[in-house]
Design a protein around this ligand. Sequence first.
Ligand code: URA
Length: 227
Amino acid sequence: MSEKDQVLSEAMNFLEYAKILGVSEVTRQPPKLELHNEELSKTRNLEEISKVIGDCKRCKLCSDRTNIVFGVGNKNADLMFIGEGPGRDEDAQGVPFVGRAGQLLTKIIEAMKISRDDVYIANIVKCRPPGNRNPEPDEVTACMPFLIRQAQLIKPKVIVCLGSVASQNLLGVETKITSLRGNFTSWQNIPVMPTYHPAFLLRNPNMKKPVWEDMQKVMEKLGVSPA
Ligand code: URA
């Protein structure tokens, strides 16, 4: 048996044992903060983070991008939305959530009696994955420290993760979005509400209802009263 097969077999035995003990789910560790990157941990505002990012070439997404999509909104926002990564429109304009899915997100925010300018919106990766594919693990690893620092400086009262890529990467889990959505979890002491991505809602309008239920929980947490 090769060394790799040996390790796999031991891991399988361990998981079987854990299952007998009642463990039903094994999660990855949450992404490392990587703020041992001294330059990043010293940043005091979003402009400084942007300067550290510079003309980023830390992952392969740099080769096809038009613009780095840093994030947009109120730097003191109570509410932060995190999406997956820029699409074509966002790449062209350098602003997150400006395409069709973005317009729907804006409608959702406004239905919450909040202005889009009052929230902060960013993505797991800041450069467009080609063909709108999901960001790959090395791309997420390269980019997430900047998002983490943005969240640390903004200090929102609630984070909403839009879709499975945002939810799974921020929370460091592989749980399906159907199970995650609708329940608050915590990330760095900030309540996180995973919900469906607006692009998914465009394809599945009947899923707008559960998203609205999730947003009502967010409004309650923020103390925003419905109309
Ligand atoms: N989808 C995302 O996840 N992010 C954007 O910025 C646009 C579309």
